[in-house]
Write a protein that binds this ligand. Structure first.
Ligand code: ADP
Length: 229
């Protein structure tokens, strides 16, 4: 998968570059709608290829992580802020809450931020909720990040399957919003590499709650380490 994805990425980068140049001046008015379609679909393909590469890398596990001591509350706040313009553009009220005390954990900040961004952008893209609430708390199992919306929710028969690769509740709708169904598989992998997991629970009367728990990054097992008896 990773090899094929690499092979696809190179020509795709060329296409995106050429489209950019044409959009900057070389195209006639009649060509512009077609160009913007080529641009949108190429970016979508690029995201898909990137997600396949990410998942393949995370599944090789042992050297996938770059852990460091991080204040999870700060990290989540920054991630939420980076998505605020998208939420505002969609008319969604995005809120954030965290304890006063620092929530320090040894994590791969880039990956955990990617997992949280995935959950928040799912709530923005898929739920139709007027609000999305993100919170951080310390629990007995580790630090929990909760992303909650009051949108359409997820039917119970899909509740576990949404974490499988390429699974989408409504493929026709998801095709419109651009996802291939890899996001939650990546989120789960990242959570498990951090000694935690991610769960879905329904919100009553409607909506979705995703709880991501992380402890600390699983340290890479050294290859061929001597075994003590
Ligand atoms: P993608 O977003 O690329 O489609 P994901 O793996 O992130 O893939 O999500 C899988 C599916 O779960 C989505 O296609 C969507 O149907 C559903 N989903 C995820 N989050 C939500 C949400 N907050 N509200 C409603 N449906 C959701």
């Amino acid at each position: 998968m990773a090899d094929v994805s690499h092979e696809i990425k190179t020509p795709l980068t060329g296409i995106l570059g050429a489209v950019d140049m044409l959009e900057d001046g070389g195209a006639s008015d009649a060509q512009r709608p077609l160009l913007s379609m080529i641009s949108k679909e190429s970016k979508r393909l690029n995201t898909l290829v990137q997600q396949i590469l990410d998942l393949a890398r995370l599944e090789r596990e042992s050297n996938a992580l770059d852990p460091a001591e991080t204040d999870l509350a700060d990290l989540v706040r920054e991630t939420v802020e980076s998505l605020r313009p998208r939420a505002e553009a969609a008319g969604i009220d995005l809120s954030f809450a965290a304890p006063e005390a620092p929530c320090v954990a040894t994590i791969d900040a880039r990956l955990v931020s990617e997992a949280i961004a995935n959950l928040v952008s799912n709530a923005i893209r898929h739920s139709g909720s007027p609000d999305v609430a993100v919170s951080v708390s310390a629990t007995a199992r580790g630090f929990a990040v909760v992303v909650e919306d009051h949108g359409i929710g997820i039917p119970p028969e899909h509740a576990e399957r949404i974490f499988e690769r390429f699974h989408r509740v409504d493929p026709a709708r998801a095709a419109e919003s651009g996802g291939a169904g890899l996001g939650l598989a990546i989120v789960r992998r990242i959570a498990r590499l951090h000694g935690g997991d991610v769960w879905f629970s329904p919100v009553v009367p409607s909506g979705s709650r995703f709880t991501l728990v992380v402890k600390s990054a699983r340290s890479a097992a050294p290859q061929n380490a001597p075994v003590r008896h």
